[in-house]
Design a protein around this ligand. Structure first.
Ligand SMILES: [Zn+2]
Length: 147
């Protein structure tokens, strides 16, 4: 493979490969304006403004778009960055990784595998054992307390 070839653009959040698909009107109706901009338009909420950056209750966090459980409170840690941070998802398959070339950087975007909602990015400066830091927008997730 030619290493200088530009990678293909990432597929759309509404790509046909996602199991759960809704019309743009439906997404706008179901999500509040910030959730819509973050989850469906890959915007980033301002640091220290979301619901969960400073939230440490037992429970789990579901996708705001489709309800899929994505992260457990047990893997959440305080990265000091102003966004909810996790060392791993609840299972390997629930997160989709996409190479993101926006804003002049190369980052790894993470999305819900089921509905394509943008969650945030994953970085390799997290704690042991994974060494990963999932930097997630509060607007993309809903907390469910442990019963
Ligand atoms: Zn989802």
């Amino acid at each position: 493979m030619n290493p200088f070839r530009r990678p293909p653009p990432p597929h759309d959040h509404d790509d046909s490969r996602y199991e759960i698909r809704k019309s743009d009107e439906q997404w706008r109706a179901e999500l509040d304006p910030v959730q819509y901009q973050v989850a469906r338009r890959a915007a980033t909420e301002r640091a220290f403004t979301g619901r969960y950056w400073d939230h440490f209750e037992p429970g789990r966090y579901r996708c705001v778009g489709c309800g899929e459980p994505l992260f457990d409170a047990g893997s959440k840690f305080d990265a000091g960055c102003g966004w909810p941070s996790y060392s791993q998802p609840v299972a390997d398959g629930v997160i989709e990784r996409i190479t993101d070339h926006s804003h002049g950087m190369v980052r790894v975007e993470v999305r819900c595998h089921k509905c394509g909602s943008h969650l945030g990015h994953v970085f390799d400066d997290g704690p042991a054992p994974t060494g990963e830091r999932y930097c997630i927008n509060s607007a993309s997730i809903d907390f469910e307390p442990r019963a």
